[in-house]
Design a protein around this ligand. Structure first.
Ligand code: DP6
Length: 322
């Protein structure tokens, strides 16, 4: 009745923004990501007969509100699958700042899905676990399989799941998470998704996704880093253009964000290749090849407004630890 799981955060190279079905968190198109070491969640789920509600503890503190409701939604699904009526105590810890555009919901709900299924005595496939994780948070779908991952958009609960494209060892690239702001983000991704189609640019984004996904996959097959980098940086700017032109407008960037973006351009001119991708927050994920990591980390840390860097190497997906 008790299990513990660990799951990595992931950085999306092709982003999820906007829902075809908001309740089921079905995206409009496939998305592609890499699971990252250095930013993970560990979650223990225990079904306890004396509880009359689910109890959720994050970093030692009991949480309620939307966060706890989303946990209960995932647990309800597990209860339905297992036929159990028991409530659960969920204790979870993150190795990185929560809700600061650092995918805490992705690692959190992936770890929850794996721990809860096991605690309930279910033995689900990786594909099924990724669908359960999705009910808590869309990006969590991708934190279940190993390494480099594609989330198939699908058309219903069963068909919207993630699969590994490549094992973590496939490609020595690193996400240098450049933290410029570790505070709680002002606009949640869930709200942001609901605003996506208020941007006049959104239809244009959707019309080009299929081609972009095919191009990115080609660059991954070829391990063509400059091509890969150009695509992911364009994709991230495309996403932020939607955010900025939504009604109301959502602007996650700070002066330090822009300082990092400008620096990468200057360094690329010098032949030091690194590309930016950003989620719903002010932090910049600087993606580079392993050989350039030390130099880039040194330069990034010297920039004004950069608080720290966290290294995200390609990592395995969610798994049981106890
Ligand atoms: C910008 O998965 O956090 O990071 O399903 O509402 O929890 P919810 O949204 P979430 O959205 C992720 C948005 C993104 C892009 C991405 O990771 O694909």
């Amino acid at each position: 009745m008790k299990a513990t799981a660990e799951a990595p955060a992931n950085i999306a190279f092709i982003k999820y923004w906007g829902n075809a079905d908001a309740n089921l968190r079905l995206p409009h198109h496939n998305t592609i990501s890499m699971n990252i070491s250095g930013a993970k969640t560990t979650t223990t789920v225990e079904f306890v007969s004396s509880l009359s509600v689910d109890e959720v503890f994050l970093g030692g503190n009991r949480i309620d509100g939307t966060g706890a409701e989303r946990v209960t939604e995932v647990l309800n699904h597990i209860r339905k699958m297992s036929g159990s009526k028991l409530f659960a105590r969920v204790t979870t810890t993150n190795s990185f700042p929560t809700a600061a555009g650092m995918a805490s919901s992705a690692s959190g709900f992936a770890a929850l899905a794996v721990a809860a299924a096991s605690a309930a005595g279910l033995s689900l496939t990786e594909k099924e676990l990724s669908t359960v994780a999705r009910l808590g948070s869309g990006s969590a779908t991708r934190s279940v399989p190993d390494g480099f991952v594609e989330w198939q958009a699908g058309t219903n609960h069963e068909t919207s799941f993630a699969q590994s494209l490549y094992a973590p060892e496939y490609w020595d690239i690193v996400d240098i998470i450049t933290v410029t702001d570790a505070s709680e983000k002002k606009v949640s991704s869930t709200l942001g998704h609901s605003l996506a189609d208020t941007s006049v640019l959104y239809a244009g984004r959707l019309a080009t996704m299929e081609k972009k996904i095919a191009e990115l996959k080609r660059a991954m097959v070829d391990k063509d880093f400059p091509r890969f980098g150009e695509i992911i940086e364009e994709e991230s700017f495309n996403l932020h253009a939607i955010m900025m032109t939504s009604r109301p407008s959502v602007l996650y960037w700070t002066p330090a964000t822009v300082r990092v973006l400008q620096a990468l351009r200057v360094w690329r001119e010098e032949g030091l290749l690194a590309y930016a991708t950003m989620d719903a927050g002010a932090n910049v994920h600087v993606v580079c090849e392993g050989k350039d990591l030390d130099e880039l980390e040194k330069r990034l840390k010297a920039l004004e407004g950069v608080k720290k860097t966290i290294l995200g190497r390609p990592a395995r997906g969610a798994h049981l630890v106890k």
